[in-house]
Structures are given as structure tokens and as C-alpha cells.
Design a protein around this ligand. Structure first.
Ligand code: UGA
Length: 435
């Protein structure tokens, strides 16, 4: 091992844990990834990623071959063999949007029990997205009481938020915009800063509460940009203005930036909806009413079904109509349907008595578990055939290639798109959600 390479353990092998583990191994560190699911551990050790994430499989195979990476179910061994442990377990939404910290609590206790007998200095790093105060009030307290040791003296604690997009997680990990390291003391932060020394990115050192808030503020701001764009889009639609041209002009202002200004049928995924709700909950706990965030969240929920309202305006009652949906995943290059707009759209279409036919390149298996009674077909053309209307819900690249002749197979040519992907040069006559 070179001087700046470290032995680290990662607890939790979801998309953040696995990407982080494989990523640190690619950067030359020795990594042990821990999960309670033995079958998952076996799959990972055979070189197959249990989640669909571009590049992850290739890098996983590479680091396994180099013996830089291994998955295990033995948390105690992994913590003992490493200098730092990253907690990257799930933090789902509980009741009223409140963050559910039971996995964080459990893992911090387990790490504490191992640290009780561990002689060498160890840094516990929170990678999971947790609301401000969690690292200090939950992680530090649990590790201290299980280890009978003192944080900041006998062991270190850091909060190092992730900014990984699904579908681009490896790329985001290896070439980040910034690295945020919150620490309870200088020594802990220095250890983690050393781990990132061979990354080309600015490093921001803060306390742990600030690092926790940076993560929430970043996601809440991106969600706000989207809801703001959708609000402008809904006004533009009524004035026959194309919101995409408007936001192109807006995004040319360097203070605003052109990113995350795409109007459409709302944001989904496992992060924005959950994180905005958790921040709302935390704000309310402090006695503050976060009205802007409340509206960002509400507007997004309404935006998800605008396509169905527009469809009804075009074809009247939906009862018995054949409606085809192109795209189910919450975004392209993913099989993830958590909080996807397609779920709200399908629910509303079913409620109104429509017959739904759907196609998605990756997410149909997941959607079938939720909606077993709608029809799933194996390509876009099959979905379009005989349909009374088509709604485009996810911006998969393959839908960009659709042409007029593909839509000719529809019974009634009504196309409403929620993601701005059809090419006007190839497809005539279609409506956009905000354009
Ligand atoms: C998001 C953030 O982008 C990451 O930085 C963050 O690390 C991650 O959450 C997380 O907290 O773990 P992700 O949920 O993978 O990443 O997806 P995004 O690419 O950000 O897209 C989220 C949703 O917003 C998608 O449904 C997408 O269609 C929608 N979106 C995005 C828009 O409607 N308009 C836009 O302009 C951009």
C-alpha cells in the first residue's frame, strides 16, 4: 500500500454504499463492504452488482480481481480490520415525513460494541443522509454508550454527505464537484481528508451539523429549481409560450446556471421527495413553518398528474380508453420507480377507468409488483399500437428516436409528452405538458 491509501469499511451496500466502496477501492484503498444479506454479499463477491448502475459492474469486477475490495456479512471483522467505517444504511421516510433512523441507530451500536475492544484509533463516518443533529445526537451517543469510549478523544466522528445521482453514481463519486467533510474535531476530519487526497475536487471542512444541512439544502434547492420551473411552465402553457426556450434564456445567467431547469411531470426518486419532506419535518420540529419547501413538495405532487388532466381535456372521459405510457422509471438509465411520476399517473388513469398499456426499457419488472393488472409490452411500438392516446413520462433515449410512422399505429393520434424528448423534425402534432 502507498502512504495515502487506507483500509476502510462501508456498512450497507445500497447504491450509495456499494458505489462508495467500489469507488474508494478504485482509488487504491482496501475496502470491506458489509451487509446483513448473505445472498447479496455473495452476488457482489461474484462480481455482479445487485443494483443497475452503469459502470458499477465493470469497476466491481476490476477491484475484486485486484483484491482491493470484498463484501462480507461480518461487521465486527470489517471494523477491526479498517481505520474508518462509513455508515451508509437507508434512512427511509417514517410517519409524516419524519426520518426513520432505526438502521442508523442499530449500526452505530454495533460499531460501538466493536470499538469497545479495538485498540487503534478509528473514525466513524456518516455517509447516509441524516437530518441535522443526527450525527451528534444519535450516532455519537450510540457509539459512545456501546463502546464506553469518548468521541473526539478515543475515536473520531465525521459526516461526509454523498451527492451521487442514480445512473451516474460512479462518475459522480470519482469526479465530484465538491467533497464536504464535517467533523467533531480536527483529527477525525484530517483522517478523512487524507482519504480524499487523490480526488481532484475542492474540499470543504465544516462541523457535522453543517455537513448534514449542506446535503439537505442542496437537494431541497434542486427540487425547488424543478418546482419553480414547473410553475413557470404551467403559466407558459396557458400563454402559449414554450417554457424550454424561456428557461434556456434564464439559465444563460451565470448566477442561475442552465442545470435543473427542465419542466416536466415532476421529480421522483428515493431522494428529493424524501429529503424535502424530512427537512420540512425537521423545520417544523424547531417551530418554523417552511412554507416555500411545503409548496415545492405540494406543487410536485400536483405536477405528477397534470398529464392526465390535459389528456381528459383532449379526449373527454377516460373510461374504457386505451392509454399507453412510455417510461415508468423516475428517470432514464434506471430501473428505480420509487416516487416515480408514472405511479401517480397510472393510479389516476385506473381510477378513471382507463385501460393502461406500458413500456419501459428497465423498470417494468418493478412496476409489475405494484400494478400487476395493467398491460406491459416489450417495446414502444407495441405500446403505441391501437392506443387512444400516448403519455411520455420518462426521457429514455430510445424514445427520442420515435418518428411519425411509429405513431401511425395509434388508433387516435393524441400524444402528450411530459419530458420534452420528441423531435419536432421527426414527429408532427404532439402536445407538451408545459409547452
Ligand atoms: C439526486 C441529486 O441530484 C443528487 O445530487 C443526490 O446525491 C441524490 O439525489 C441523493 O440525495 O442521493 P437522483 O435522485 O439520482 O439524484 O436524481 P436526479 O438526476 O437529481 O433527478 C431527480 C428527479 O428530478 C428525476 O425524476 C428527474 O426527472 C427530475 N428532474 C431533474 C426534473 O424534473 N427536471 C430537471 O431539470 C432535473
Amino acid at each position: 500500500m502507498q502512504d495515502d491509501e487506507m483500509k476502510i469499511s462501508i456498512i450497507g451496500t445500497g447504491y450509495v454504499g456499494l458505489t462508495t466502496g467500489v469507488g474508494f477501492a478504485v482509488k487504491g484503498n482496501d475496502v470491506l463492504c458489509v451487509d446483513i444479506d448473505a445472498a447479496k454479499v455473495e452476488t457482489i463477491n461474484s462480481g455482479v452488482s445487485p443494483i443497475y448502475e452503469p459502470l458499477l459492474d465493470d469497476y466491481l469486477k476490476k477491484v475484486l480481481k485486484q483484491k482491493k475490495f470484498r463484501a462480507t456479512i461480518d461487521l465486527s471483522d470489517a471494523v477491526n480490520r479498517s481505520e474508518a467505517s462509513f455508515i451508509s444504511v437507508g434512512t427511509p421516510s417514517g410517519k409524516d415525513g419524519k426520518i426513520d433512523l432505526r438502521f442508523i441507530e442499530e449500526v452505530s451500536k454495533q460499531i460501538g460494541q466493536v470499538l469497545k475492544d479495538k485498540k487503534d484509533y478509528h473514525v466513524v463516518v456518516v455517509k447516509s443522509t441524516v437530518v441535522p443533529e443526527t450525527t451528534e445526537k444519535v450516532v455519537v451517543e450510540n457509539v459512545e454508550s456501546a463502546s464506553c469510549k469518548k468521541a473526539g478523544e478515543d475515536f473520531g466522528v465525521c459526516m461526509n454527505p454523498e451527492f451521487l445521482r442514480e445512473g451516474k453514481a460512479m462518475e459522480d463519486f470519482l469526479t465530484p464537484d465538491r467533497i464536504v467533510i464535517g467533523s467533531i474535531d480536527k483529527r477525525s476530519g484530517d483522517v478523512i481528508e487524507k482519504l480524499y487526497s487523490n480526488f481532484k475536487a475542492s474540499i470543504l471542512r465544516t462541523d457535522v451539523k453543517t455537513a448534514e444541512m449542506i446535503k439537505y439544502a442542496s437537494n431541497a434547492f434542486l427540487a425547488t429549481k424543478i418546482s419553480f420551473t414547473n410553475e413557470i411552465g404551467n403559466i407558459c402553457k396557458r400563454l402559449c409560450i414554450d417554457v424550454n426556450e424561456v428557461m434556456k434564456g434564464v439559465g444563460m445567467d451565470s448566477r442561475i446556471s442552465p442545470h435543473f431547469l427542465n419542466a416536466g411531470c415532476g421529480y421522483g426518486g428515493s431522494c428529493f421527495p424524501k429529503d424535502v419532506e424530512a427537512l420540512i419535518w425537521k423545520a417544523k420540529e424547531t417551530g418554523y413553518e417552511p412554507r416555500l419547501l411545503d409548496e415545492v413538495h405540494e406543487l410536485n405532487n400536483r405536477q405528477k398528474v397534470v398529464l392526465v388532466d390535459q389528456l381528459e381535456k383532449r379526449i373527454g372521459k377516460l373510461k374504457g380508453k386505451n392509454i399507453c405510457l412510455l417510461g415508468l422509471a423516475f428517470k432514464p438509465d434506471s430501473d428505480d420507480i420509487r416516487e416515480a411520476s408514472s405511479i401517480s399517473i397510472i393510479s389516476k388513469l385506473i381510477e378513471k377507468g382507463a385501460k393502461v398499456k406500458a413500456y419501459d426499457p428497465k423498470a417494468m419488472e418493478n412496476m409489475e409488483k405494484l400494478f400487476p393488472n395493467i398491460q406491459y409490452v416489450s417495446n414502444a411500438k407495441e405500446a403505441l399500437a391501437g392506443s387512444d392516446a400516448c403519455l411520455i413520462v420518462t426521457e429514455w433515449d430510445e424514445f427520442r428516436k420515435l418518428e411519425d410512422k411509429d405513431f401511425d399505429a395509434m388508433r387516435n393520434r393524441i400524444i402528450i409528452e411530459g419530458r420534452r424528448i420528441l423531435d419536432k423534425a421527426k414527429v408532427s402534432k404532439f402536445d407538451g405538458i408545459c409547452w
